[in-house]
Design a protein around this ligand. Structure first.
Ligand code: 13P
Ligand code: SF4
Length: 302
């Protein structure tokens, strides 16, 4: 392990590389990364850091978003097959069909979507900036893609808007069962439930706090509670335990695991920087079309 970390450090200097990791990858990669965060934070860092090479330890839409915003940089992934299944649950054809049916419509695209879908959308959002961005939208109709759970959670804050929601979801969060909350609460009744808005509405309703991955990680700092029931991917356990050694974090059983995030390993990270193989490429016309929705996200949220 130490050998891999020192090889990574040497390669980072040789390749002028910055290593970014999402909170859902394994703890050893989070520890080796220069920046660890949620989707929005990582998109901001990828755009702003001066390094020539970005090694993105996350899933494909994250690395592609970095390439779309910084085409002059080399963007690598430890495993280019790590992909988010939800990103493929809506197609550009679906978006175009809905667009042709409404004259007063904004297409709001969760960043967890393909480059092709971003290219036909008006603005991207993440779970940490969606409320702020939707507040700035003046159309009555909003096509929110692809996550129906995040979309219906947001709809609750904007009763004046007409949300159109397709049937996409994150299989990891959507699978979480409310019974696990009752079972943990039966022995620890004062445990607080912190959930990600990709969870289904029955879980959102009984949650004490709903927020993005980073917001969930920040929450215990300002809470007197000792026990927390965490309804998001198990990778956050690593930072929660480090940040709050005296607090206890309970997860649904079995712990929620995104198998695509777990395809990222330290060995593959070192290999990617060693070989510089398989850089992320996006055809220029597609990149320019997708860039608009990501730039608008950063303009409205930064
Ligand atoms: P955030 O990182 O924005 O919380 O999103 C969670 C997620 O599922 C990333 O794939
Ligand atoms: Fe996609 Fe869900 Fe995995 Fe995030 S946790 S990458 S939304 S499948």
């Amino acid at each position: 392990m130490n050998d891999l970390i020192s090889r990574l450090e040497t390669l980072k200097a040789q390749r002028d590389a910055v290593v970014l990791a999402h909170y859902y990858v394994d703890g050893d990669i989070q520890d080796a990364a220069d920046y660890v965060g949620d989707s929005y934070y990582l998109s901001t860092i990828a755009k702003n850091r001066p390094h020539q090479t970005i090694l993105f330890c996350g899933v494909r839409f994250m690395a592609e978003s970095a390439k779309i915003l910084s085409p002059e940089k080399t963007v690598l992934m430890p495993d280019t097959l790590a992909d988010c299944p939800m990103a493929h649950m809506v197609t550009p054809e679906y978006v175009n069909d809905i667009r042709s049916a409404y004259s007063d419509l904004t297409v709001v695209c969760y960043i967890n979507s393909t480059t092709e879908t971003k290219a036909v959308s008006d603005v991207c959002v993440t779970s940490s900036n969606a409320k702020k961005i939707i507040s700035a939208i003046d159309t009555k109709n909003i096509l929110f893609i692809p996550d129906r759970n995040l979309g219906s959670y947001l709809q609750g804050f904007f009763p004046e808007k007409n949300f159109i929601l397709p049937n996409g979801c994150c299989p990891v969060h959507d699978n979480l069962q409310i019974e696990d909350i009752s079972s943990i609460k039966s022995s620890i009744p004062d445990a607080l439930v912190l959930s990600h808005p990709e969870c289904a509405s029955d879980i959102i309703k009984v949650s004490d706090f709903v927020g993005s991955t980073s917001e969930i990680i920040a929450f215990p700092a300002q809470s007197a509670a000792h026990n927390f029931i965490i309804y998001t991917e198990n990778g956050v356990a690593h930072i929660l335990k480090k940040k709050y050694p005296s607090k206890v974090f309970h997860f649904p059983s079995p712990p929620p695991v995104c198998k695509d995030m777990k395809m990222i390993t330290l060995e593959k990270a070192v290999h990617a920087l060693e070989t510089m193989a398989n850089p992320i490429e996006v055809p220029e016309s597609l990149r320019k079309a997708a860039q608009k929705s990501l730039v608008r996200m950063h303009e409205l949220a930064d």
